[in-house]
Each structure stands twice: as structure tokens, then as C-alpha cells.
Design a protein around this ligand. Sequence first.
Ligand SMILES: [Zn+2]
Ligand SMILES: [Zn+2]
Length: 343
Amino acid sequence: MSASTILGYAARAAGQPLEPFTYEAPELGDHEVRVSVTHCGVCYTDIHAIDDYYGLFSYPFVAGHEIVGYVSDVGPAASGLKEGDRVGMGWQGRSCMSCEWCLQGEEHLCQDIADCGTWTPYGGFSSSVVVDGRFVYPLPDAMPPEVAAVLMCAGITVYSPLRTYAVEPARKVGVLGVGGLGHLAIQFAHALGCDVTAISSSPGKKEQALGFGADHFVVVGDEAGMKQLDYYFDLLLCTAHGEIDWESLLMTLRKKGRLVLIGFPRLDLKPIDLVAHQLSITGSFIGSRAAMRDMLSFAQAQGIVPQVELTPMSEVNEAIRRVRDNQARYRIVLVNDMDGAWT
Ligand SMILES: [Zn+2]
Ligand SMILES: [Zn+2]
């Protein structure tokens, strides 16, 4: 196999199992780098994409956007990176760099965001990826690759809204859902000095949630437990998806409290609950390049460590099945086992 051939795992059509797929490495643009992938996390967004939940994709489609590896080729204008550098990257692999959002350092809000994914043209379930070097982050030496991989998407997704909204005097934080995102949100909120309550539909996750740093644990549907949370939270971070009992959850927010959505739950809200208590609902999407760098150093300093299951990349379909079935504890990271597929 030539050095310019990339081996990946692609869905040939929406919702299909992934199959081995080879493609020629794209030419490097001026600012682009090629990164040989050693590790790639499996995020629920990958599965949404494979299923074409957003109606945006063409096939064959290679998912994967929690990537760690080594720089193996550098475009002529890519500064600050050299071959052999150990780096990570997340969902965003490029941006237009000229719209109002890019110019003010909020590249994750780029006007052309639909074209900015690391998986364009092909993502991290691959021997290598080509992305804009300005969206590639050198990693702290002591940070294990599987930890860095998960921080690249799950980490920034929870850190960015907590850093923005969990500030004095808003210090009582509820985390709805204790999964790949939620178990990291608990750790970050705890490290930021917040009073943290984990809310889960799984009673069996209590010990682990407390171990991640939650001060309190409440089971969804436990009326007495939920009643104690009336008007309690300044901030409620929703990492869950699917059906949610919004009426009881919104009761947990203080007047003028804020619900932050980082997943895609079904939303069924009564206007009176929002209006009468002057609540805010905010969506939050990954984070800027500055927030990524800040998140990495904060996580390293505070010992934020996702709980990870390692799986060979060749078993990606089994990994996806486990994520679909809510069996991952709490994040699966694929380890590239394609010996000789890249140099
Ligand atoms: Zn993701
Ligand atoms: Zn832009």
C-alpha cells in the first residue's frame, strides 16, 4: 500500500455497518497537515452521522472526530507543527477564517460550519486524516492518548458552556445524564468549584457519579428526590437525548435559571414554565480554538480523566453497537490496529 493510500472504515449507505475502505490521500492545502491516527473516540454524533440523522451526508462516509495521532506531513503555510508532533483534534477540522464569527475568535460558529467537520472528506476511523493545522492541538506530554481523544469532543462540549455560564453567583449545576458527556461534565463542574448534582435514569450509576465528583445524585422519576431540587439549580446541563420529562426538570431551575442543551433531546416545553420563571434556554456547540487550548491545560492541571474502554479499530462495528445500546462505560476509544497501513 502506498504512503498516499488511506485505509478507513466507511458506511456505504445510511445506517449500514462500516466496511474497510481505501482512498487516495487528499493533496495538502497550504495550511493543512496530515495526521496519522493512533486513537479515535466514538461519539454519539458519529452514529447520528452514519445514520444520516442530519440529512447532510454523502457516502461512502467515514466518521470519527475524537482524534489523537502524529503529524506525518505539513503543508507549506502550516506553522507551529512539524512531523512527529503528537496532536489531537475534534469535530472541527477547518473554517472559512473570514466570516464575522471566525474573525472574532468563535470559529466553531463559522458561517460555513456544515463544511468544517474533521470528517470532511473522511474522518478519524482511518489510518490518517487531513485537516487545517490551525485546528490541530499539541497535547500535554503526560496526557494519555485515550484521555486526550475523548477531551477533543466530549471534553470541549461540556467544558465550554460550564466555563461560560457556571460563574459566580451561578454555582449550583445539574448534569442530566451520566454518560460519555455527563461523566465529564460532572468532573469539570466539580473542578470549577460548583455544587454538582447528577441526574440519571440509572440508579446503578450513583457510586460512579459520586466518584466523578458529584455532590448529590438523583434518579429521574424519583418524585421525592426531584421535589428536593425545586428551584435549586442555576444551571442545568442536558447531556441526555430521547424523551425527557421537561415539566419536572424545569421546576429544578431557580428563577432566571438557564437550561443548556448540548445533545438533541426531544423538546416539549410549556411556554408558561419559561415565561413565569424567566428561564433561558441555550444551545452550546463544541468550542473555539482558544477554549480548546484552555480546556486541555485545565483538564491536565485538574486531573480530569474520562473513563474509557479501549477497542481495536478493526472492531469498530461492535463499538458502535455498544454505544447505540448504551453499554459503553463511559466512552469507547478505538486504537488503530492497521499495522503498516500508515508510515
Ligand atoms: Zn463528538
Ligand atoms: Zn467562518
